[in-house]
Design a protein around this ligand. Sequence first.
Ligand SMILES: [Zn+2]
Ligand SMILES: [Zn+2]
Length: 910
Amino acid sequence: MPEIPKTYEPGKIEKKWYSFWLEQGYFTPEIDPEKKPFVIIMPPPNVTGELHLGHALTTTLEDIMARWHRMRGEPTLWLPGTDHAGIATQVVVEQELAKQGLGKNDTSREKFLEVAWDWVNRSREAINQQHQMLGASCDWTRERFTLDQGPSRAVRTAFVKLYDRGLIYRGERMINWCPRCQTALSDLEVEHRDMAGHLYYIRYPLARNDGFVTVATTRPETFFGDTAVAVNPEDKRYKNLVTEEVVLPIINKKIPIITDNAVDSSFGTGALKITPAHDPTDFEIAQRHNLPLVNIMNPDATMNENAGPYKNWERFACREKVIAELRDKGLLEKIEPYFHSVGHCSRCLTMIEPKVSLQWFVNTQPLAKAAIETVKKGSITIIPERFNKVYFDWMENIRDWCISRQLWWGQRIPVWYCQGCGKLIVSVEEPLTCDYCDSKRIVQDRDVLDTWFSSALWTHSTLGWPEDTDDLRYFYPSSVMETGYDIIFFWVARMVMMGLENMGEVPFRTIYLHGLVRDENGEKMSKLRGNVINPTEAIKEYGIDALRFALTVDNPPGTDVNLSEGKLESGRNFVNKLWNASRFIFQAVDEAFPQGQALKDVIASEAKQTQGPLPMEDRWINSRLNRLIDNVNKLIDEFQFGEAEHQIYDFFWREFCDWYIEIAKLRLRERSTPSPLPFLASTLEISLRLLHPFMPFITEELWQSLLRAKRGNLMLCSLQNDSEKMPSSIMIAPYPVADDKAIDSEAEWVMDSIIEAIRSIRNARAKYKVEPSRWVEAQIYADDLLPHITSQAKIIETLGHARPLAILPRDKRRIGQEALAMVLKESEVVLPLGSMIDLAKEKQNLAQEIEITQTRVEESEARLGDSVFLTKAPEHVVEKERQRLKMLRDKLKRLDQELSQLAYPSMGED
Ligand SMILES: [Zn+2]
Ligand SMILES: [Zn+2]
């Protein structure tokens, strides 16, 4: 039997076991119509992403669920994949091309896509490897990419279906525009930053009379696009002007003054310039009043011909020049500093221009209605529940969804324009001729679809939709959608809409939302703050299991994780505890049965010989273990993974290692019968299986050690199926199920009391700083518990290092001794002080200290009673003295208490 190494080196075994699982095909489920499958479709990480702690958290949580369900015998599919990440990838590839000296205009669409695919394929591979590094037990044979043929066909099919239902349309609407990327952006792709800007007060002369109306704006260059000035109808300042017109400076264009309730009279001058083509609020006001839209910018945010003399000026240069010109003309009233939030492109950080643009939109309201109903009906459960409100709020206020992007990277919009008759052809397959006039001159829409359009179909496109596949029939809908709470709108809500629309059924039964990973103080991790923990480095230093533990233990659903080096260390300590406890048990087995006898037989014959009841501690650990199993299964079922993990940790460390193993050591030393080996081995083995979903690598390594040779016989004692054939991996072994018959309240009552007694002795020893080798005298008084304590005397004596130990009924309580008495739940422990410390010396020390403190108290009292001191000394000095007196008095009280404890006479009467 080879020794197992002294220390655990995670790096050495992690790769080995992952490859083993993969080779054995354990991650690929078999379709079994008799069984209900457990399914998670992995939220596809962006193909541009580098592994960060957020991925590590998602992966760990999903893996916990997948492994638990798999061990319970459910066909488990965890389907992995990656997202093409439209604009993010486009920007990265543009940067790659720029390195080769190629600008966007120097590249053809084909060349661009070639470079993009090459880059994406490499990146995908790296991401998959990162998932494998974390232990993800997903089915790589079913891996998908959003741009794969299947999912792409799903995208075109969904587009055509929605178009045919009248839910997709092309129109001019307000969108976020990035002048650098030159595309529309979703709200998610816009980053809002607080900025110091200016509020410019500009005078618009009245057309018919002298005088002017002053408007305030942060973007003065947009006035070329103004089509009205609006005031609130209640605003008395403008009562007489509402039928008037004003003249826009520089371009001398007349525009009307109108009234609208949306105008906030308290902002600026109360007169609002209306630029409908470049401001979302203005756009809405313009719709109500039928005002024309005047676009004043080119796609790159230079001014167009509508800006008159400023045509082709860059927007910010234009701003400066316009302000100078207005000042010269006496039309600039004043400039005030102004802080406001300004949208930036999240990919290239260019300032966004809101603008009206001709784009494709989904009319989402009818889809949202069904999505609201389904959650209200309870067909989908959101965990934690408080996110229901977030979901409903968003769905009820949903706006039409702009789905076209002016990019090359992504799925082309399946719309063709006929040059012959001018009609649109919307089709899943590429048409060769026009459906209406047979013309061959048809051109596909240049734009691609928003990345989130394909992500919205992810739950069914990955399983083969629109084809009617076996996978789709068996695995749809999935069981759980696990993702961060920050993308509930952008993604989760849209998956619900599209799942219902395409499949007529919810896409998943449960939405589980996790929090963000923050640093130990709850601060966001950022390179700037220097508090980023790099997962790859953390894995190198602590191992994957420790990282998984640190990320999930004690963390309730939807709550942010505060990760610290300390937590990683406790993860590693736990792994080491498992390792060391296992080593001890393995060695004990090897020593007890050097001949390699079948331990199962030995135990069986031993059991026949002894026939007596099981030792109390065996009954106890078995009872505690089965309670744990019951709790853990319930907790995982309720998505309380952090609490389940915490309870396994507590049991293994605080009950099994700290107490059971310590007691077992005594029995092994004395070779008492029955042997504790069966319970040592089976408790270990079951604990490993309980822990496997959380810490897959250490548990597999140890389980395999148990499996080898004669140790394997031990496992048969604990595996509930009595088969001679052991599963070849812990990940396909059955997850423990609690045995109600093992619950033993009497054993728990007795052992809890005995542990409490030993602990009280140990605490007292620590308090009085008793040397470890010194035996202390102890008396334990009890009533109902008396016979049990008596039978466990040896354990108390050894583990408490207490001798002589007297165990007596309460009415035999002796008096007249200076002793420490501790009243416990079921007993009283009395420790004569003389056996712990040199009483006379201790008393003398205390008396001396009391005397010194008493003198100081008197000095301080005298000072504070002195009127000269009180009037002459500064207030803070007097205050300080008062504080000092209080502290001294407290100290005196404490010392008196300690002295009286030393002289504490035993209670009760003989
Ligand atoms: Zn951009
Ligand atoms: Zn045609």
